[in-house]
Design a protein around this ligand. Structure first.
Ligand code: GLU
Length: 441
């Protein structure tokens, strides 16, 4: 008799995470010989800073299982980092280290009792994780007119609807997918509402260090007693594949940290030892890491603005990004002509752009938006960040990152965006000889 195997109800119908799937699809198409601008997966284009790579090399022989909560030295370094950067008075005992903040979020969803609040557009994995653990989700649809940001009014309306319900709200700023961030006064207003209703905040600040002006502020400043601050090496340290994430808890929520550590001890046990030793150097920071970050921000700010300019010139509505490496353009001004070409939904738009323009990106529907809303996420990361950084470092400090620099170092990104614009005009031929190509040194 064939084995009787059935899928757990919670995972039935779930597909591979959109970010991971588009990455694998792009790689496969490239392997088949197609030229693809890889604007799908949001992976840092920059290398891991040299000092951190050296530390990993020096610790390659570390082989012991480390403490479930993380290496004590690393937890202290993370606490110091958050004190320095975010002004939150935490100690190493308040820190939990895990194999990526994505895994820590999943463990939190397992141990927490209550409703998960997700303002959309939101990163692709919060909701599927909730589905896997059978958690109830309340989506709050944000508005383009509010810069895709959660307004205090919307948050208050949700909480007031059932004031006693235990809730966990996830706030991600700078945002994946919009590139927008929350200003201190907005954070203060949201903090007051969270405090009023006893709502726990999961503050996903994985792009904090990539605020383009280096001015990231954490909501933990205004709501220290109810904020779990989530960070990690993946984005600012260029180390997505290293898998190291961190949660920092208020002292009053030590029991929640302990519960997560218990689940961790029964699942992943601990985070890779060599990576933890190396991460100590990343979180301790220093002049070389500061320089690395300053240059990375400068490149991302200029590139985000250049991509946006091209889209705006093509009649696409898109916010000026403030941090991270994403744009979330809205093509609804072109809805009529797109309909005439058989495109009615964001997945159709993304698919056509991949097939006909060779640009891999993700539809807004993967970020919790209605399928009929013609939004897309562009991750402007398809370039060699090591070369771009080296070139900038070799020039005088005030050298601007101009169109010429971008054309030389970020060619594939600009070409991808130009192809989107050309495809939109029904003029794909023009995109075969894009401006970026002509400007190449
Ligand atoms: N956070 C990245 C993205 O949104 C990729 C990593 C992931 O989703 O696990 O593209």
């Amino acid at each position: 008799m064939a084995p009787q195997v059935h899928l757990n109800m919670n995972v039935r119908g779930l597909e591979m995470s959109a970010t991971v799937a588009i990455n694998e699809l792009s790689a496969e198409l490239i392997r088949q010989g197609r030229t693809i601008s890889k604007l799908g997966l949001g992976q840092s284009p920059f290398p891991v800073p040299g000092t951190v790579v050296d530390a990993l090399r020096a610790n390659a022989a570390q082989k012991a299982y480390l403490a479930v909560r993380g290496l004590a030295e690393l937890r202290d370094a993370i606490a110091d980092y958050h004190q320095r950067r975010n002004g939150v008075p935490v100690s190493g005992d308040d820190v939990l280290v895990g194999p990526g903040s994505k895994e820590l979020m999943f463990v939190l969803q397992i141990v927490f009792y209550g409703e998960l609040v997700i303002p959309t557009p939101a990163w692709v994995s919060y909701a599927p994780q909730a589905q896997i653990v059978g958690r109830r989700v309340a989506f709050v649809a944000c508005d383009r007119r509010d810069g895709w940001r959660l307004t205090p009014e919307k948050f208050e309306a949700l909480c007031a609807g059932d004031p006693q319900r235990p809730r966990l709200i996830v706030l991600n700023y700078p945002s994946n997918p919009t590139g927008a961030t929350l200003a201190p006064v907005e954070l203060q207003a949201l903090a007051e509402i969270a405090r009023k209703y006893g709502c726990l905040v999961l503050s996903d600040e994985i792009y904090g260090e990539l605020h383009h002006a280096g001015e990231h502020v954490s909501i933990a400043r205004y709501y220290p007693e109810g904020t779990i601050l989530s960070s990690g090496l993946s984005k600012w340290c260029g180390a997505g594949g290293w898998r190291l994430g961190t949660f920092t808890f208020p002292k009053s929520l030590r029991w929640l940290l302990d519960a997560m550590a218990t689940v961790a001890s029964e699942t992943y046990t601990t985070t890779s030892a060599p990576i933890q030793y190396a991460a100590v150097h990343a979180f301790r920071g220093g002049m070389r890491i500061e320089r690395y970050l300053a240059f990375a921000r400068k490149i991302l700010a200029a590139l985000g603005a250049a991509c946006r300019r091209r889209l705006v010139d093509a009649g696409v509505d898109v916010l000026e990004p403030q941090g991270g490496f994403y744009l979330f353009p809205d093509f609804s001004a072109h809805a009529e002509s797109l309909r005439a070409r058989g495109v009615r939904t964001s997945p159709e738009l993304a698919r056509r752009l991949l097939d006909e323009a060779g640009v891999a990106l993700l539809p807004g529907s993967d970020f919790g938006r209605p399928r009929e809303e013609l939004t897309l996420r562009i991750a402007y990361v398809d370039f060699d960040g090591a070369k771009a950084l080296a070139s900038l470092e070799a020039r005088p400090l005030d050298t601007p990152v101009d169109e010429h620099f971008l054309a030389v170092h970020c060619h594939s990104v600009l070409q991808g965006v130009e192809r989107i614009c050309a495809w939109l005009r029904g003029d794909l031929e023009a995109s075969q000889a894009p401006r970026a190509q002509e400007l190449r040194a």
